[in-house]
Ligand binder design. Structure first.
Ligand code: LLP
Length: 426
């Protein structure tokens, strides 16, 4: 469910016509819907009701301050994976005691910064990290609240690049060793063991991998409890998928996901953390683009638009599908033609859709890539020296530019020539 819909033949974000936004900010741009963010948060929160669960939004999915603040105002915490994300979460007003720091390669500086902020917990991913963190905390006269991220060796049945819970993946500590590591962690001077964490992958469209992973976590927690090690909190990661292809994808509902949590972990007396990213923001954002021209190739028609793989890399990187919506609604009897929708970047990988059936598009038409709120803007780059695209947030009939388009001067400002190149070119 989202709040992008056609009204009088034009696509709107809530009560704002997309065409009007395009006129104001130019294309391409990301557009987020507040009502959709709120709805997704509330659906998940209600699904988890009765459980002592904190929803820590995975900031990597969308790190715009306005998005984080919207969720924080609803009671969300944050799951962060870098000092930059931690600073964003704090700047957006997320209380430090609702922030979890995950990631396989936190630097010493990042660990120290997290300790200084007194965040809820650091999810540790190796023996070496535990040792380093213990030393850093002890030097500050502190004990770091940690969870050990376990790798449950479960196949999440998702794209290979975003599966994280197999033993050949770089994440977590093998679940068979976790017991021993947690007991050792409990003896370190700068460590306070609070829990266990797990995250098996992203865009999961089935529940059984979650069930399998959560069962392994359950067994581990019971073993630890029997051993006298108090486990207060279990962090279940994120991963629940969203429908990208409106024609054939039906991921599990949050209520069914919550039922798996209740079944497997509900009776352990532990507080829970979930770290959804995509589920909260995926369908709350679109990328709006304008058709530059239509090119007839030897065997196919290319719709060349002004957004490119640097703005939304998911199709190029994961062969991901994003529905493409014309901003001006096609009449119901419009003929659909197979076209390739491509960007201007100089690689064939800069293709959003191959042989997609779309109503006739012509130069100047506006289109939207749907479900672009997660891992869209956050994964964008300035490849081909294209400017990062702006982000706009809508709430009812109001809208605001929540990240401005940089200028070409901004783009060049951080670079300088070394002194041996200061002479003018001949
Ligand atoms: N927690 C941890 C420790 C994670 O690594 C991730 C995502 C999440 C939570 C949030 O997962 P979500 O609920 O969004 O599935 N760029 C890829 C997705 C990468 C996900 C990385 N980790 C994409 O565009 O599909």
């Amino acid at each position: 469910m989202n709040h992008f819909h056609y009204k009088n033949g034009e696509l709107y974000a809530e009560d704002v016509p997309i065409g009007r936004l395009a006129g104001k900010v130019g294309t391409p741009f990301y557009c987020y819907s507040t009502a959709t963010l709120v709805r997704h948060f509330e659906v998940l929160r209600d699904a988890l009701s009765g459980l002592d669960a904190t929803i820590c939004f995975a900031v990597k999915a969308n790190s715009n301050l306005a998005v984080i603040r919207t969720l924080a105002d609803l009671g969300a915490g944050a799951d962060v994976v870098s000092e930059g994300e931690l600073r964003r979460a704090l700047a957006a007003g997320v209380p430090a005691r609702r922030i979890v720091f995950s990631g396989v390669g936190k630097t010493r500086r990042e660990l120290e910064f997290a300790l200084d902020q007194d965040i809820l917990q650091i999810n540790v991913e190796s023996d070496a990290e535990l040792e380093e963190l213990s030393q850093l905390a002890a030097a500050k006269g502190r004990r770091a609240a940690i969870a050990v991220r376990v790798n449950p060796d479960v196949d999440a049945n998702t794209h290979a690049k975003i599966t994280t819970g197999r033993k050949e993946n770089k994440f977590g500590i093998e679940w068979t060793r976790a017991h021993q590591v947690l007991r050792w962690a409990g003896t370190l001077p700068g460590i306070e063991v609070t829990g266990v964490a797990v995250h098996i992958g992203s865009q999961l469209t089935e529940l059984h991998p979650f069930r399998e992973a959560f069962r392994r976590v359950r067994d581990l927690v019971l073993m630890l409890k029997a051993d006298g090690l108090a486990i207060r909190r279990i962090d279940l990661g994120g991963g629940l998928g969203v429908p990208y292809d409106s024609s054939d994808e039906v991921p599990p509902l949050p209520a069914d996901y919550a039922a798996v949590i209740r079944d497997t972990l509900g009776d352990l007396g532990c507080a829970l953390v979930v770290e959804p990213g995509r589920l909260l923001v995926g369908n709350a954002g679109i990328l709006v683009s304008r058709v530059i021209r239509v090119k007839e190739g030897a065997t196919r028609t290319f719709v060349v638009c002004d957004a490119a793989m640097n703005d939304l890399v998911r199709p190029a990187m994961y062969d991901a599908h994003h529905d493409i919506l014309p901003i001006n609604e096609a009449p119901p009897d419009a003929e659909l033609l197979p076209v390739d929708v491509v960007g201007p970047v100089c690689e064939s990988g800069d293709t959003f859709a191959r042989q997609r059936s779309l109503p006739g598009l012509t130069k100047g038409d506006l289109i939207a890539f749907a479900t672009a709120g997660a891992y869209g803007a956050t994964m964008s780059s300035a490849y081909n020296s294209r400017l990062l695209v702006p982000e706009v947030m809508v709430k009812g009939s109001a809208f605001a530019v929540v990240r401005a388009r940089p200028t070409y001067e901004d783009m060049l400002a951080l670079e300088s020539l070394p002194r041996w190149l200061h002479q003018p070119a001949e």
